[in-house]
Design a protein around this ligand. Structure first.
Ligand code: ADP
Length: 569
């Protein structure tokens, strides 16, 4: 599990799996909801169609003239409606000639005398009022409303206006409105119908041996609520008798039972999407497929991501083994950045290596001349070719002092490079330092003077004398006799500035950027005796930078140079 590749791959696989699972779940949830809703809509439509067909059957004696009415219903609900009788003969079919075959099982049985076991209230048959009775009853109803405007009237299925939910006791409301009694008197038609029903009911009771008891008392209706039933608590056989009598009475007045087929206008049933096992299997398969795709994609991405890292690792190994030419092709992004950093580091390493090698050869070169001189003179003395007189000893001493200085300089530089150059800062007056340096470097051939203002800084006086001393020594060295060297000290903004200006040889513009390099000399032929070691300015720069300051130079070839040290005051 340490491999970045594997970790990235597993990580994205887990994320992909989770998101696919959640999406699949949400989608199936939403689809199931939508399907349920749709199925509910279809059921509701079917129920409405059924209800309209029952109404038609309840108010018509047969299906002969039903075609246009059923067509209207079919169009309203966008369904194909077919009705057949018990033998399968088509009574009505709203599907055209080319309509496909009907399904085998009917949707329902349209029978107004048996809607879930009950008689549809709209089947009124002989109870239906004739026009004259209707008008008369409505005239009474108008009078009743004028008498008592708080009541509302509804129409019973047979056309009779009546008060809704009126209990027997409440009949008293028209003690003030006697017209109510007239409204609630049976019409001739109703009387005849009730009589007929009573006869059928009695006959049925007789046949079953229940005659003589007044189970049909509500057949002299006082409540007119259109629930023609037996008395409360009548035995089931009596209730069955009432039902069969009512059906017998109504049968000739309603359309015969018909089988109902409902399909879409094109013939097939609306497709129900299956979300059971097969549905779940399909969703799982699709999800697995997507997961495989996601896995493949993340594997590709992961490999691409890891490739530059592997290249980097290889390059780092080669660098560690000493190969300074290892470079990585980075590309863009964070890894590209890393690759560029690595390349920069590698170049820096190569550069440092080159400098180190150059340094070693420079040091060897610098040591060779004085050592050669010393060895040469000592051998000559040994061979008796030279006398060890005070002059020779002076010369040898001078050479060894040169060596000593060179080694000291190298030591300082090495300390600066290692960051172990120790400073001992203390509050000092810079003008004192300038005076000391100028006095130490006084020279008969050159006019060396100081222009100072009192400036105080915190610095290491010894190191600062060394740094300024190098600049003044150079100025004196590269200024021909009769020239002038001025050392200025002043404050400029937040800085203490030391300027060494000479009227000497100056430095060529191409050489200016190199003067602070180690072992660099404008005149390569100058020996240590005539020039310096080539380390003075390098050391000066290190010392000044160790104090948090900067050193810079401006120079014109043939006119002179100005070296400037700026220290934070
Ligand atoms: P060196 O010991 O050779 O003086 P430095 O590091 O002190 O070494 O100086 C490097 C080179 O910079 C010198 O060799 C010289 O060519 C040039 N240089 C330094 N100071 C001056 C100056 N004041 N005028 C002209 N050239 C200078």
């Amino acid at each position: 599990m340490k491999s970045l590749l594997v970790r990235f791959f597993l990580f994205s696989l887990v994320i992909a799996a989770c998101s696919i699972a959640v999406t699949a779940w949400l989608a199936s949830q939403a689809t199931t909801g939508a399907i349920r809703q749709e199925q509910g809509d279809v059921l509701e439509t079917d129920a409405q169609i059924f209800d309209e067909l029952v109404r038609h059957a309840a108010t018509h004696e047969d299906w002969t003239d039903a075609k246009s009415a059923v067509d209207g219903i079919a169009q309203k609900y966008g369904r194909r409606i077919a009705l057949t009788d018990g033998n399968g003969t088509t009574l009505v079919d709203t599907g055209g000639e080319n309509a496909p075959q009907l399904p085998i099982t009917p949707k329902a049985l349209v029978d107004p005398l048996n809607v879930n076991g009950k008689i549809d209230p709209r089947a009124v048959g002989p109870f239906k009022l004739n026009d004259e009775e209707y008008r008369t009853l409505y005239a009474y109803a108008d009078q009743l409303l004028q008498c008592n405007n708080r009541i509302t009237l509804v129409e019973a299925p047979n056309g009779r206006p009546r008060l809704p939910d009126l209990g027997p006791g409440e009949l008293s409301i028209w003690e003030d409105c006697p017209v109510g009694n007239r409204l609630y008197t049976l019409t001739v038609t109703e009387k005849a119908a009730y009589g007929q029903l009573q006869a059928l009911f009695s006959k049925c009771l007789d046949q079953r041996g229940w005659s003589g008891r007044n189970y049909g008392k509500s057949l002299t209706p006082t409540t007119f609520d259109w629930e023609i039933t037996t008395v409360d608590g009548a035995p089931p056989e009596v209730v069955a008798c009432m039902d069969s009598s009512r059906r017998e009475q109504l049968r000739p007045h309603v359309a015969a039972p018909a089988q109902l087929f409902l399909t879409s206008p094109t013939g097939d049933e609306p497709m129900a999407i299956d979300l059971s096992t097969t549905g779940a299997t399909r969703i799982t398969l699709v999800a697995l497929g997507i997961l495989a795709l996601a896995g493949f994609a993340s594997w590709l991405t992961a490999t691409q991501l890891v490739r530059p890292i592997r290249a980097l690792t290889a390059a780092t190994k080669r660098t560690a083994e000493g190969d300074r030419t290892a470079r990585v092709d980075g590309g863009s992004g964070e890894i590209g950045e890393l690759a560029r950093s690595f390349n920069a580091m590698s170049e820096k390493l190569a550069e440092t290596e080159r400098q180190r090698q150059a340094m070693v050869s420079d040091v060897a070169h610098e040591l060779r001349t004085p050592l050669g001189n010393i060895t040469g003179w000592l051998e000559a003395t040994q061979d008796g070719l030279a006398e060890p007189d005070p002059h020779l000893i002076d010369m040898l001493l001078e050479e060894s002092l040169l060596l000593q200085r060179l080694v000291d300089d190298l030591h300082d530089l090495a300390q600066a490079d290692a960051g172990t150059l120790r400073l001992h800062p203390e509050p000092i007056a810079l003008d004192d330092v300038v005076d000391q340096v100028v006095n130490a470097q006084q020279n008969r051939e050159i006019l060396l003077r100081a222009e100072t203002t009192p400036v105080h800084v915190t610095a290491d006086p010894v190191r600062l004398r060394q740094a300024l001393g190098n600049l003044v020594a150079n100025a004196v060295r590269y200024t021909p006799p009769g020239g002038e060297v001025v050392v200025k000290l002043f404050r400029w903004q937040d800085e203490a500035v030391l300027e060494v200006t000479d009227t000497g040889t100056g430095i060529a513009p191409d050489d200016v950027p190199h003067v602070f390099d180690r072992f660099w000399r404008a005149d390569k032929s100058r020996s240590r005796r005539t020039g310096g070691s080539g380390l003075g300015l390098a050391i000066t720069r290190h010392l000044v930078e160790a104090h948090g300051g900067t050193v810079s130079v401006t120079s014109t070839l043939g006119e002179g140079s100005t070296f400037r040290i700026s220290l934070p005051a």
